[in-house]
Write a protein that binds this ligand. Structure first.
Ligand SMILES: Cc1cc2nc3c(=O)[nH]c(=O)nc-3n(C[C@H](O)[C@H](O)[C@H](O)COP(=O)(O)O)c2cc1C
Length: 289
């Protein structure tokens, strides 16, 4: 059963919960800003992403409060001083980052409240977070206010001017996903941690053009064993194996499976170990049974 919802027919908090639970995990922008008097503010925003690498532009959105329609200090600050440092949050920082989201009064410095190290920036007035694995000094190019009612977002377009990377998170000159241990925001009070089994790789179909799931033989597409993920991986192959390749593969396998469905299960195990060509050859053989 599918429940279909017209967003105009449900309450703002209910809509907010659906949107934030479904559109997840979201990266976290830990934004440092200053007001016109130089007071420092530090707040997290998960309505955030990078949208362009040339020019390098990120967008985050401090919303109007769903409770009292007030605007966030970060939003007010970037209108007064159009600069921001976007700091990236990893697992070591997550509890302090959460504390910094407390609705402290204007002028209260959340670096101090949350116990983070304030490091002066080189090109902008807001300081960066010393504990962050990566920080981006940015100019705010545009603020797009999406409405004046509770929950309305305010898109802050930030162009990156300078990047600081802690070398502890670098391997052979490049930022290392496994070392970063980043966290993301889910719905409610849930977070996700990008480490260990949460991380996996899929070969990028950039230089190759996969045959597509539609080009797989019917018996493979309609397999009661293979999953959508298995079919996606098979469809990424550039061609089906030749008869000779199927024979060669069969010779290399210790083939105990007898029925078609047992062969599909064996092919699935081979696929999950990453040998797509071998799995495909076995599946083609199963098609001949
Ligand atoms: C992980 C996390 C993500 C958040 N994302 C957002 C967001 O995208 N937009 C928003 O308006 N508030 C978000 N909040 C809440 C703000 O951080 C909170 O309202 C904060 O007090 C705003 O501070 P400011 O008024 O000093 O700018 C988030 C809080 C946390 C802990």
């Amino acid at each position: 059963m599918i429940k279909t919802i017209d967003p105009s027919q449900i309450s703002q908090p209910d809509l907010h919960n659906i949107l934030l639970t479904a559109v997840a995990p979201r990266p976290i922008c830990f934004a440092s800003t200053v007001d016109k008097d130089g007071n420092v503010n530090l707040s997290p925003f998960s309505f955030f992403n990078v949208f362009s690498s040339n020019p390098p532009v990120m967008i985050f959105s401090p919303s109007r409060s769903g409770r009292d329609n007030t605007t966030k200090h970060s939003h007010q600050n970037v209108k007064e001083v159009p600069e921001v440092v976007i700091n990236i949050v990893n697992h070591d920082m997550v509890e302090q980052m959460s504390l910094s989201s407390t609705a402290y009064d204007k002028g209260v410095n959340e670096f101090v409240k949350a116990g983070f190290t304030q490091v002066p920036s080189e090109t902008v007035k807001p300081p960066r977070v010393g504990e962050a694995p990566v920080s981006f000094e940015c100019d705010v190019e545009q603020v797009i206010e999406l409405g004046q009612t509770p929950g309305a977002g305010n898109l802050i377009l930030a162009r990156v001017k300078l990047i600081h990377i802690n070398e502890a998170y670098v391997t052979e000159g490049i930022l290392d996903t496994e070392k970063l241990d980043l966290v993301g925001r889910m719905g409610g009070s849930w977070y996700v941690r990008a480490n260990n089994s949460a991380l996996f790789e899929i070969p990028k179909p950039i230089r190759t053009k996969g045959i597509g799931v539609d080009a797989l033989p019917e018996g493979i597409r309609q397999s009661g064993v293979l999953t959508g993920n298995n079919l996606g991986r098979l469809g990424n192959l550039e061609r089906l194996p030749s008869k000779e390749e199927v024979i060669e593969t069969l010779k290399s396998l210790d083939l105990k499976a007898t029925s078609k469905s047992e062969m599909h299960k064996m092919a699935q195990q081979i696929l999950e170990k990453g040998n797509t060509e071998q799995a495909m050859a076995l599946l083609m053989h199963a098609e001949t049974l």
